[in-house]
Write a protein that binds this ligand. Structure first.
Ligand code: ADP
Length: 612
């Protein structure tokens, strides 16, 4: 992106602030006129004092002049302070407004994108966050540069140049001739340091995150006795940072010195020319001060030029990545227009093939029927494609070919929000937001009353445990155990009350007691709904009305537990392996030898850690 393209993109964000922009520009203009008061007043003072001295007048006659000049200079300083305050404040206000608009727009856009956008390697959480933060930061710095640095400084310079030209064309020309040299040095400086600042910041971040990583991994580092290795790694980072910092400083000092030298040449030339003109009686002696002060107004912005130029370049680099995120039109979630009154929950999957955006073909020619009010299990070893299929049923991804019908209508024709409102999911790990238990449960139905939240928690067998906490429903949800957090997800499901439920290994990461409790909570919600279960736990599968067995993205077989077991295929293999891994034989033998009947557990209240 070039500079003008970036400015064009920023225009809609600046537009709501048009009045502020006009006010800032007006203040800028007044400020640039006020900046010339000092040279004008000093010229007048020097000339008047000179005349008075020539006329033999002393302090008594000059006192009124002294008062007048003091009043003007003080008055001008007061006005100038007010103008600068207004200018900086309104400039900053524009910057803050634009920054918040940009950030909000990015969030709004990102929320509208489909899942594939987020799983893309380029958009992983950290990277996306960095792209947006950097983009917003450098674009707002650009706005700040424009309104707080460039406009005021350059307005000053231009007005000062006009004053110089109107005083004397040759003096104006000397000032103008110095400028290109100055510009050139600044551009060379900026180009030499191009990217160095970005690099510097990257290295600093790397160094900082290095420390965070060390703290995170301290147990592993210590247990493998890798302290020295980590130290050397950090030392390497430190050294390259030192080299880069020194290089930057070195070239900055060099160029700044060069610019000061050129500026001084300008000052000397102007002094020589003005003295010549004074001696030639073309000007009064006050012109010397006048011209020097005006010239410093002209050269002031150029001193900042390399920094501004550098920040412009940085803004161009980062804004590209930022606007790419904003412009990802084809990543927008697709939605149909079908809004059924009620969804029964009959899925038909027909010859579905699916490939992930990274080229991984995860499903091959899958066909199946998932019936309403029945429980359908998806079985297969890890990586078989079970979760992928679920992602297709919820329209998180679209099939490459084939179709998925829900109640006879292709899910692509459904309004995506309507479809998802009718599907409830409990996953292996469900996100618990930062906040209270109540807020977290209410995520299932934002309009739910407290009583409804409580009712859902009761149905998920979570209420009693919540009541034992000191702050009850106001407790921080993150302090709950894994099993309790899963039940928050189930309580959300009760609140949402969808006709279709997908359970994707909801107990895989839990211990046996929590698994049993969750199973009971889930049994309560399964009735009269379409239930799709993915589970490694045999107990949750064998009761299913229909079992589909996936193998390497293909459908291997389907049927009920009994028929599949009898078929001695993939299902039988998985089943036998599970039984072996649980050492069922020994468990049965132990139970028989002890002659202890297996206790029937019917509700989670009866199961507690003390049982073990
Ligand atoms: P299962 O749920 O049966 O364990 P998955 O559906 O998660 O299996 O995965 C099926 C295949 O798709 C695996 O080979 C997995 O590596 C791949 N896969 C899963 N998610 C993604 C993704 N976001 N991008 C690319 N490949 C993926």
């Amino acid at each position: 992106m070039n500079f003008w393209q970036v400015i064009q993109r920023l225009r809609p964000y600046v537009k709501p602030n048009n009045k502020l922009v006009a006010l800032t520009l007006l203040l800028t203009l007044i400020g640039s006129l006020a900046a010339q008061v000092n040279p004008v007043v000093l010229r007048y003072t020097v000339d008047s004092v000179q005349t008075m001295l020539n006329e033999g007048k002393g302090l008594k006659d000059g006192i009124s002049l002294l008062f007048m000049i003091s009043a003007i200079l003080f008055g001008k300083e007061i006005i100038n302070s007010l103008i600068q305050f207004g200018q900086k404040f309104y400039g900053e206000k524009i910057r803050i407004n634009v920054s918040s608009e940009l950030a909000q727009n990015a969030i709004q856009r990102i929320l509208s994108y489909r899942l594939a956008f987020f799983t893309d390697n380029e958009n992983q959480t950290g990277k996306l966050q960095t792209r947006i933060d950097r983009g917003v930061e450098s674009l707002t710095k650009l706005i700040q540069n424009i309104f707080i640095d460039i406009f005021p400084l350059f307005a000053n310079a231009i007005v000062a140049l006009i004053f110089m030209f109107s005083a004397n064309v040759y003096v104006g020309l000397v000032a103008v001739t110095i400028l290109p040299v100055y510009f050139w040095i600044s551009i060379v400086q900026a180009n030499k340091l191009k990217g160095v600042r970005i690099n510097l910041r990257r290295q600093r971040e790397q160094k900082n995150s290095g420390l965070v990583n060390i703290i995170d991994a301290i147990v592993v580092i210590k247990s493998f006795v890798r302290e020295q290795y980590e130290e050397i790694k950090q030392y390497g980072l430190q050294q390259s940072l030192v080299r880069l910092q020194l290089k930057t400083r070195q070239s900055n000092f060099l160029f700044d010195g060069l610019k000061s030298f050129v500026e001084q040449i300008g000052v000397v030339l102007i002094i020589i020319l003005t003295i010549y003109l004074v001696l030639d009686q073309k000007m009064s002696i006050g012109a010397i001060m006048f011209h020097i002060m005006l010239f410093s107004n002209v050269s002031a912005p150029i001193k900042q030029l390399h920094r501004i130029y550098d920040e412009f370049n940085e803004a161009l680099v980062y804004s590209e990545g930022f606007f790419q995120v904003l412009d990802a039109e084809d990543e927008k979630e697709l939605s149909g227009h079908y809004h059924p009154e009620n969804i029964a929950g009959d899925f038909v999957v027909r010859n579905v093939n699916f490939t992930y955006p990274n080229g991984m073909k995860a499903l091959h020619d899958i066909s199946m029927v998932i019936r309403k009010n029945k429980t359908t299990a998806l079985v297969g070893v890890s990586g078989a494609g079970k979760s992928t299929l679920v992602q297709l049923l919820t329209k998180f991804y679209l099939p490459d070919s084939g179709e998925i019908l829900l109640d006879g209508v292709n899910i692509q024709d459904y309004d995506t929000d309507v479809l998802r409102s009718d599907i409830g999911m409990v996953l292996q790990k469900n996100h618990i937001f930062k906040g209270t238990i109540e807020e977290n449960i209410r995520y299932g139905e934002m309009k739910a009353t407290f009583e409804e939240v409580e009712e859902a928690a009761k149905k998920a067998y979570l209420h009693d445990q919540i009541m034992e906490l000191p702050k009850k429903y106001e407790s921080d949800a993150h302090t709950l155990s894994g099993g309790q957090q899963q039940r928050i997800a189930i309580a959300r499901l009760f609140l949402k009350n969808p006709p279709i439920i997908i359970l994707d290994e909801p107990t895989a990461s839990l211990d046996v007691i929590a698994t049993e409790q969750i199973r009971i909570s889930l049994d309560a919600i399964k009735a009269n709904r379409t239930v799709i279960v993915i589970s490694h736990s045999l107990s949750q599968i064998i009761d299913s009305d229909e079992i589909y067995v996936l193998q390497k993205g293909r459908l291997a077989e389907h049927g009920t537990h009994e028929t599949l077991y009898a078929d001695e295929g993939v299902y039988r293999e998985i089943f036998d392996a599970s039984a072996r891994s649980m050492n069922l034989e020994k468990i049965v033998r132990t139970m028989e030898s002890q002659q202890t009947p297996v206790k029937e557990k019917s509700s989670p209240e009866q199961i507690s850690d003390e049982d073990f």
